[in-house]
Design a protein around this ligand. Structure first.
Ligand SMILES: Cc1ncc(COP(=O)(O)O)c(C=O)c1O
Length: 493
């Protein structure tokens, strides 16, 4: 990437008062956009992980802000020469760690315009456009993934926030006195989730004042899906001992293996016990737009709330998480609090987004998602998701066909979990080998994968989700894994 920045003629440092002059902004904006286009075109040539150690970037940056404003050309040079080399490239086509994502071009353009408008969608009046576009675009996504019209969508920063708000609504529904009285005299309440559910559920339950013991983890079967008989027994046991079951979280696409809880059966247990059903489909949710994958979502239409993240597998730059709620009055019941200074003449007539979560101020996130959906279109989204699923299945087939490797979990979506298991080695040695293989692949800069632990054993995860990922990138990643395994087998240091 070019690292030369030429200061345009007439550029100045900041004036005594006011902002950068519009003409100077225009020139720098063009320079920045050129950089972005070059970056997106060439990101695949960069190492996915930067070769930096903790503290390295801090050590080359001043410890205080400059007393006098600096020339923007210098600032941009430092961005290119100091900041970018310390970046882990999530937009890299060989980024296969965690859940791979894409900040797509239309999404980036939406972010830029949202930054320029800088609206704060606290109440309808403070941003009619952001409020109503959020309604339109979440409705589009709802329809795309086949959820019924009864679900109302709001956009939050992350799935962690969305699940926190969903469980706050569950507390409002199941323990309405908590809002006024707190929990001091409340019965012990419980939220159920599988052993494979995301840690954001425990965090939400802690945040809601129910403590770590407020979450009860339910055993999973051999395919890492919630055992609904174990759920039923856990709820019955709790009820017998005076615990109030508030909610159950079913996950469609768990973090470690993308396993799918049997949502329909979970919904039965929720209905039998008057519990709120929250479905965490943060990663896999967008895949419900594919008719051939829709069966994985059977029963989620019975949920009280569903979270899915366009910033994971719907090509939208972070952050963008949609919380769909069938009982939005419970969300408002949990969060609505209108001081005089936020009262407007449209009270009751329009939606005020501050009523749906903790944050008063909210970014205009709907704009980038609107751009993404319009530019790719439903057909384009489907084609790209399908290709990711195809690539993952290809990797899974290679793993299954190769001696000394195991496919650790089924591949319902675009994530493959694999483990090196050479004949004659014991499980502890295999754990060390897998960690070593992963370290070697990631150090190479050619691909970035992550790990998980299942049943106490280390496995390697390869998640396909970037728009630039092709068959060549997954082949290279598989070759890197095989080569690293051969080095480890050979005792290479
Ligand atoms: C199933 C699931 N839920 C929730 C989350 C948390 O997502 P976020 O980073 O948006 O809070 C993740 C993150 O990977 C996830 O896999």
């Amino acid at each position: 990437l070019p690292d030369e920045v030429t200061t345009p003629a007439g550029a100045t440092t900041a004036p005594v008062l006011g902002d950068m002059a519009p003409e100077e902004f225009r020139r720098w904006a063009q320079e920045v956009v050129d950089w972005m286009a070059d970056y997106l075109a060439g990101v695949g040539e960069l190492p996915v992980l930067p070769g930096v150690v903790p503290g390295e970037l801090r050590s080359v940056l001043p410890s205080s802000a400059p007393e006098r404003g600096e020339d923007f050309g210098r600032i941009l040079s430092d961005y290119r020469n100091l900041v970018v080399p310390a970046v882990t490239h999530w937009n890299h086509p060989a980024f296969f760690a965690y859940f791979a994502t894409t900040g797509s071009a239309p999404g980036i353009l939406g972010e830029m315009l949202a930054a320029a408008l800088n609206v704060n969608a606290m109440v309808w009046k403070s941003s009619p456009a952001a409020t109503e576009l959020e309604e339109v675009v979440t409705d589009w996504v709802r329809e795309l993934v086949g959820l019924p019209g009864a679900f109302e969508g709001v956009i939050n920063d992350t799935a962690s926030s969305s699940s926190l708000y969903a469980l706050a609504a569950a507390r409002e529904a199941g323990l309405p006195e908590a809002r006024e009285e707190g929990l001091a005299n409340a019965p012990r309440c419980r939220v159920y989730a599988s052993a494979e559910a995301h840690s954001s559920i425990d965090k939400a339950v802690i945040t809601l004042g129910l403590g770590r013991a407020g979450t009860r983890r339910v055993a999973t079967d051999r395919a890492f899906r919630m055992d609904t008989e174990a759920l039923r027994r856990a709820v019955e046991e709790d009820v017998r001992s005076g615990v109030r079951p508030l909610a159950v979280v079913a996950t469609v696409g768990t973090t470690s293996t993308t396993s799918v809880d049997p949502v329909d059966l979970v919904a039965d247990v929720a209905a039998e016990n008057g519990m709120w059903l929250h479905v965490d489909a943060a990663y896999a949710g967008p895949a419900a737009c594919l008719p051939e994958l829709r069966h994985h979502f059977a029963g989620w239409e019975r949920a009280d709330s569903v979270v899915l993240n366009p910033h994971k597998w719907l090509f939208t730059p972070v952050d963008c998480s949609i919380l769909f709620c069938r009982r939005p009055e419970m969300l408002r019941g949990a969060f609505s609090l209108t001081p005089e200074y936020l009262r407007t003449s449209e009270q009751g007539e329009a939606r005020n987004l501050m009523d749906y979560g903790v944050a008063l101020g909210r970014r205009f996130r709907a704009l980038k998602l609107w751009f993404v959906l319009r530019w790719f279109g439903v057909e384009g989204v489907r084609a790209r998701l399908r290709e990711h699923v195809r690539l993952a299945r290809e990797v899974a087939a290679w793993v299954e066909a190769e001696d000394g490797w195991d496919l650790v979990a089924p591949v319902p979506f675009s994530t493959v979990v694999l483990r090196r298991v050479p004949a004659g080695s014991d499980p502890e040695a295999q754990d060390r080998m897998n960690a070593d293989i992963l370290e070697r692949v990631n150090r190479s800069g050619g691909a970035f994968l992550s790990h998980t632990v299942l049943g106490g054993r280390v496995s390697i995860r390869l998640a396909v989700g970037n728009l630039r990922t092709t068959g060549e990138h997954v082949r290279t990643a598989w070759e890197l894994l095989r080569n690293a395994a051969a080095e480890v087998d050979g005792g290479a240091g």
